[in-house]
Every structure is written in structure tokens, then in C-alpha cells.
Write a protein that binds this ligand. Structure first.
Ligand SMILES: *Cc1c(COP(=O)(O)O)cnc(C)c1O
Length: 369
């Protein structure tokens, strides 16, 4: 009944179903030890330096945070050799996507991205009354840039490119991306979602930083939630040429990133040891997991992130429920219409071993019953 009162665009939104919380599963199933390999969190916890800085910041919780996020923007500017005024910080990359959409999407503007991908691009497009144009990924699950160009017209406003792509872990080769950017018409902005970009780990690979510097019509979005282990803290940013940031600034709420988040992000950026360890462990453990999965007969897509996109060749909803009974959460890809695929975060060595053992146990059960 009251649904009639809702703004009409809101009625079109599909509810986002987040991964089950660890606390929830413990309570519901009476389990003591539950691990989540479903949300691409850093399994090593936050940087101790970030924790220390956040604890200090807690003592000043009565004060509003710096509205401009000036200190963090300066640090980012110095880090990437871009201007301080080319950055905007907010309450996580998700919030940034919402702000970018709010700033740019007029009713009936067309917004293009590939599917399966991160759901937030569709959500904000629908919310603003824009038209989502979803182009299927290529057969190898990489972003279909030719398809995007073919769908681009005078109504196109934004193109989202998730690189590496969630949930497939695939990347766009940088020379292909540059060739694509050269062909994008001048009234279109390309938004690169680089939530996992640090995991790519190729020396010469060019990212949003390089493409902004080269003057292309791009914005790039990053987060402290994945490599930096601050998903619970909520902080992320977008960078572009200054003119592109202006309208996003206009719709950002004044205190969109909190005091603890600023402190944590600043400290995390400096913690090279934590970053290097996270990257090294991820690389090694991902290779190990990939082999194990292949030995089960699963198909694993080569990943450049901290998760694997796995075709388990059976109903993953059922399998993930069986794994949940063992205290392990993975992400079925059913919401993307992929019934036999899962997205599995690379955990610590112990967590991954537990996953493999649980899979062996569950598979035995499923085949003997
Ligand atoms: C996790 C993720 C985000 C959201 O990150 P937050 O900063 O935690 O909001 C954005 N984009 C992609 C592709 C992600 O996987």
C-alpha cells in the first residue's frame, strides 16, 4: 500500500543481498568458528598502524571530521602526482558510485557497463531515472569494449568499467583500454572502478592515474576496503580532472567520510610492510587455491584480484549452504544468473585449507547421497 508513496524510481530497484554476516551465521547455526570468503575482505585484518591511528582518532570523536578530507587528498595527490583538487573522498567506493551517478545522470541518459559486474552501477542508474545498458562480457569474461562502443550513442552519459571486474577477476589490457578511450565520444565520461587495481601486480600496467594524466575523459574510483583491509571503516575516493570532480563535490554531503576513516586511511597508505605482505600472500595463496580447485574439476578463470571466479559445475546455492554448515561462507553467483559459479575470496593459508577440506567433505556427502 505505502509503496504507492515511494518515488517511482525506487520501486524499480532490486534489493541488494549482502553476504551473510559472520555473527548472523554463528547465531543461526550455533557455530563457534565461521570464516567469510564471500566479500573480498583482507583476511589478514587491518594494518596495525591503521588501527593505532584510528584508536587515537576515537578520542576526538566529538569533533566533526575535516569536511574537505584535505589531508588525505594531499597525500593522495603527492602519491600519484596529481593535484589535491583532483580527488574527492567519501564513505567508501559504493558511496562514490552513488555520488558520481547523482552528479551526472539525467532521466533517460544511458549508462553502459558489462554484465556480470558490480551491481551498484545499475542501482544508481535506475534511481536517477537513467537507462541501464548492460552489454554481456566477452566469452572469456573480460570486458567487452567493442560491444560498449557499439552501444554508445548521443544519449550515453557514463560508461562504467570495473577493472579488475567483480565477480570475474578479469582485467582489460591497458593498451586496449587506451585504444577504447580514444574512440569514446567527447560527451561521455568513462568511470573506471579500480577497487582491486592494486592486486594486478604488473610493473608496466597503466591505470586510471595514467589515463587521467594523459587527459582522457576518465574518472577512477578506489577504496580502502580491499587491499587496505578497512571495509568496516568505510572510505574510498574518486579522482579525475578537476572539472569532473566539481559536480560530485556539489552532491557530496559535507562529512561523507568520518574522522576514524581518515586517520585509518592515512596510516594504511604508509604501511608498506602490511601492503606487501597482503599482496604476496594473496598471490601465493591464490595460485594454490587455483590448483586445488582445478583438481576438483572446477573451471577457474585467471584472476587479477583477491578472489577467484569458479565454475563448480554443480548447483552452487546448494553447495554454499552445505559449506555454511561447516562454517565457511562463499558467494554464489546466482544473482548474476550464474547457477554453477561462485566468487571465492582468497583467505589465509589456514582458511584456504579449511575450505578445501570442507569441499572434500561436502562433495563426498553430495555424491554419496
Ligand atoms: C567492494 C567493491 C566496491 C565497494 O567498496 P567500498 O569502498 O567498500 O564501498 C566498489 N566496487 C567494486 C568493484 C567492489 O568490488
Amino acid at each position: 500500500m505505502t509503496r504507492e508513496l515511494w518515488r517511482s524510481n525506487v520501486t524499480q530497484l532490486k534489493p541488494y543481498i549482502p553476504g551473510k554476516a559472520i555473527e548472523e551465521v554463528k547465531r543461526e547455526l550455533g557455530l563457534e568458528d565461521v570464516i567469510r570468503l564471500a566479500s573480498n575482505e583482507n583476511p589478514y585484518g587491518p594494518s596495525p598502524k591503521a588501527v593505532e591511528a584510528m584508536q587515537k582518532a576515537l578520542l576526538e570523536s566529538q569533533l566533526y571530521p575535516e569536511a574537505t578530507s584535505g589531508e588525505l587528498r594531499e597525500k593522495l595527490g603527492a602519491l600519484y602526482n596529481l593535484g589535491t583538487d583532483q580527488f574527492l573522498v567519501a564513505n567508501g567506493a559504493d558511496n562514490i558510485i552513488t555520488l558520481v551517478g547523482t552528479a551526472y545522470i539525467n532521466p533517460s541518459d544511458e549508462i553502459i557497463y558489462c554484465t556480470p559486474t558490480f551491481a551498484a552501477y545499475e542501482t544508481i542508474t535506475l534511481l536517477m531515472g537513467g537507462i541501464p545498458v548492460a552489454v554481456p562480457l566477452n566469452e572469456d569474461y573480460t570486458y567487452n569494449l567493442e560491444g560498449i562502443l557499439a552501444s554508445t550513442n548521443e544519449k550515453t552519459k557514463l560508461i562504467f568499467i570495473c577493472n579488475p571486474n567483480n565477480p570475474t577477476g578479469t582485467i582489460v589490457e591497458d593498451d586496449k583500454l587506451e585504444a577504447f578511450l580514444k574512440q569514446v565520444p567527447p560527451h561521455v565520461i568513462v568511470v573506471l572502478d579500480e577497487a582491486y587495481v592494486e592486486f594486478i601486480g604488473r610493473e608496466e600496467y597503466r591505470t586510471g592515474v595514467d589515463f587521467v594524466k594523459a587527459g582522457y575523459q576518465v574518472m577512477f574510483i578506489r577504496t580502502f576496503s580491499k587491499l587496505y583491509g578497512l571495509a568496516g571503516t568505510r572510505i574510498g575516493y574518486v579522482a579525475a580532472r578537476k572539472e569532473y570532480i566539481e559536480p560530485v563535490q556539489a552532491v557530496r554531503e559535507p562529512f561523507a567520510a568520518n574522522r576514524m576513516a581518515h586517520a585509518g586511511a592515512l596510516a594504511a597508505l604508509d604501511d608498506e610492510a602490511y601492503k606487501n605482505k597482503s599482496l604476496q600472500e594473496n598471490k601465493r595463496e591464490m595460485a594454490k587455491l587455483m590448483k586445488e580447485f582445478q583438481s576438483f574439476g572446477y573451471h577457474v578463470t585467471e584472476s587479477y584480484a583477491n578472489f577467484l571466479f569458479v565454475d563448480m559445475k554443480e548447483d552452487v546455492i546448494q553447495l554454499s549452504q552445505a559449506l555454511m554448515q561447516e562454517g565457511i561462507l562463499i558467494r554464489p553467483c546466482a544473482a548474476w544468473g550464474l547457477k554453477t559459479h561462485a566468487r571465492i575470496t582468497v583467505g589465509t593459508p589456514q582458511q584456504n585449507e579449511r575450505l578445501i577440506e570442507a569441499l572434500q567433505k561436502v562433495n563426498q556427502k553430495l555424491t554419496t547421497t
